[in-house]
Ligand binder design. Structure first.
Ligand code: HEC
Ligand code: HEC
Ligand code: HEC
Ligand code: HEC
Ligand code: HEC
Length: 449
């Protein structure tokens, strides 16, 4: 019915878009099919599963709706955008299929703001995950999970007994498809704006059967419930972008010069290797449109003067988006913010010439965007794949008056969850754009006469 009304008012173009948007949302059939009360609150599990409860409570899973940046992007950009373009409403309601699943299932969209304390705030809750029994489609994506709330809690172990509920083992709880329901996402333009599980599948870890759980829910000896026998228990850490310890060291960095002794009037070249040793997918993955991962290289001469080195371009298509520049982008934030001809904000906001490991997202006008729902195409994929090693070189012409003696080179790999200029523009609290240290390397040369 509403579809008919839309097509009547807005004509064929919008109707086509609307149909497209509907198709891409695999889990759209879930909207309004349940009640909040069909699902138990996490607090109902806390008394017996105390450790697991507090692990989950500290993770982003419990904050997927209430976290400040989620609230800002959802209400100030996505919901505001859909108010201007009603055809986007189902897409924006769909944010909740992953971020506030109980609200989506209860048909409570747009959900109340976090401060109102509704059950949307539970985020990805215990009972939501443990009553997933399957998924629709071949590659799970866009909240394609099947949910059967009730007395039976599903998990990875057979034959467990609990006074509060029945238990049942499902193979799905040992497969990455379980996580893929929310960690692969296709937007209304048919673009894969999130593809963590597909990246995993293409990479070495799927061949070796090292699923998501192994790194994000590692097992340790203990009790999963107060009255349980001791066993290896899946720790509900779900640590990722918001854990500096998880991000730190994920990529190893080494650096060497092309010659140890260099004449003062010759150019110097240093080579840097970056090895993704720790992640089962590309880095960055997930919210790629928000993330920054960049290499900053400096040289310090014998008298302590320091110089910034710019990366040598390799010449591939789209490379300009992977080398920091003084350029504006993200103009499409002007639409939801109601700013006509918005000039945008700094695209990178870091030292010009630094290498950025990213995949740019482009809006329908070909400008870089952080609005994944408004992404019509993706640019060059210059992220670091699982166990991939990328090499960067830095050729430097030393200043004429360089003192003879030792020059030390420092390379530092930095990570940021959200482009700083965007965070500042939208008043996102500073922790979301703080610099997270990933790794560093050093090498040296001797300048001679
Ligand atoms: C009264 C205590 C109690 C409460 C409350 C409780 N559980 Fe359990 N649960 C247990 C016990 C005991 C086990 C078995 C643990 C074992 O033997 O390893 C268990 C096992 C499980 C398992 C493992 C199933 C499997 O086959 O791998 C899941 C999942 C689970 N509970 C989820 C929940 C959820 C979700 C809630 C809250 C809605 C909850 N439990 C509330 C006691 C409880
Ligand atoms: C071999 C270990 C390993 C495996 C397997 C693995 N991850 Fe990760 N994951 C990491 C590490 C290390 C990081 C931190 C570095 C980073 O941000 O990519 C991470 C980060 C993440 C992030 C945050 C990314 C960001 O930058 O915002 C998400 C989301 C994630 N993983 C989900 C998954 C899912 C889903 C799977 C399974 C399909 C999976 N991971 C498999 C190690 C792993
Ligand atoms: C994002 C989905 C997700 C959420 C949220 C979640 N779990 Fe789990 N849980 C899993 C998966 C997957 C496993 C099995 C992991 C494995 O065996 O490697 C599991 C395992 C368990 C187990 C069995 C642990 C063991 O190894 O014996 C219990 C008990 C459990 N969960 C309870 C809870 C409770 C209580 C909460 C909320 C405080 C919760 N879970 C939140 C996905 C989830
Ligand atoms: C019902 C949807 C859903 C399922 C199922 C799900 N996730 Fe997530 N996950 C999310 C959402 C939403 C976020 C983003 C939270 C936020 O707002 O930052 C997230 C975030 C994460 C992060 C990043 C945390 C950080 O520090 O930024 C990791 C790691 C992760 N999930 C791992 C997993 C793994 C492993 C599984 C499978 C066991 C899984 N997820 C299953 C919805 C889900
Ligand atoms: C298919 C499931 C899914 C849908 C639909 C979805 N998200 Fe997400 N979202 C995730 C997952 C998973 C992550 C975590 C990825 C990571 O850690 O890199 C995430 C991360 C985010 C983040 C970054 C959180 C942080 O703290 O860094 C924001 C903001 C966000 N989503 C907003 C939205 C909005 C707004 C929509 C709707 C237009 C939406 N999401 C639709 C699954 C989804």
């Amino acid at each position: 019915m509403t579809r008919k009304i839309f097509s009547f008012f807005f004509g064929f173009l919008i109707f086509d878009f609307f149909t497209m948007a509907q198709e891409s949302a695999a889990g759209k059939g879930l909207l309004g099919t349940r009640k909040y009360n069909d699902y138990e609150k996490p607090e109902a599990c806390q008394s017996c599963h105390t450790d697991i409860y507090f692990q989950w409570d500290q993770s982003m899973m419990s904050k997927s709706y209430t976290h400040h940046w989620d609230e800002i992007e959802y209400f100030d950009l996505a919901v505001a955008h859909a108010e201007k373009r009603p055809d986007l409403k189902p897409v924006v309601d769909g944010c909740n299929g992953c971020h506030a699943p109980l609200a989506y299932l209860a048909g409570d969209v747009t959900p109340p703001r976090p401060e109102e304390g509704s059950r949307a705030n539970e985020g990805v809750s215990c009972d939501l995950c443990h009553t997933i029994t399957g998924y629709i489609g071949d590659i799970p994506n866009n909240f394609s999970y099947i949910t059967e709330p009730g007395r039976t809690k599903y998990g990875a172990k057979p034959g467990l007994e609990s006074p509060h509920h029945d238990t049942r083992k499902l193979d799905l709880f040992t497969k990455t498809e379980f996580c893929a329901n929310c960690h692969n996402e296709q937007n209304p333009y048919g673009v894969w704006v999130k593809s963590t599980q597909m990246e995993w599948k293409e990479g070495p870890y799927s061949k070796e059967d090292v699923p998501c759980f192994r790194c994000h829910m590692p097992k340790a000896w203990g009790r999963s419930a107060k009255m349980a026998k001791e066993d290896m228990v899946a720790q509900h850490l779900f640590h990722g972008a918001h854990d500096p310890g998880k991000v730190g060291g994920a990529i190893e960095v080494r650096m060497h010069p092309q010659a140890r002794e260099v004449f003062y009037d010759e150019p110097v070249t240093v080579t840097v290797q970056l090895f993704n040793a720790k992640a089962g997918h590309k880095i960055p993955t997930g919210s790629v449109e928000d993330r920054m991962l960049w290499l900053h290289v400096t040289a310090t001469d014998a008298e302590g003067n320091s110089y910034h080195l710019q990366v040598d371009p390799k010449g591939f298509e789209g490379e300009e988006y992977t080398i920091a520049a003084d350029a504006l982008a993200y103009q499409d934030m002007g639409i939801p913010k109601g700013i006509d001809n918005f000039a945008g904000v700094q695209r990178d906001g870091i030292a010009v010439g630094d290498r950025i490991f990213r995949m740019p997202y482009f809006d329908p006008e070909g400008r870089m965007t952080i609005q994944q729902w408004n992404t019509e195409s993706l640019g060059v994929d210059y992220r670091i794949g699982p166990r991939e090693t990328k090499i960067e070189t830095y050729t430097w012409t030393m200043p004429d008056d360089i003192p003879l003696g030792k020059v030390t080179f420092h390379a530092q790999l930095n990570y940021r969850r959200l482009v700083k200029s965007v965070a500042d523009f939208l008043n996102v609290p500073e922790d979301e754009s703080e610099i997270v240290f990933v790794n560093k390397a050093e090498t040296w040369i001797e300048v001679i006469d």
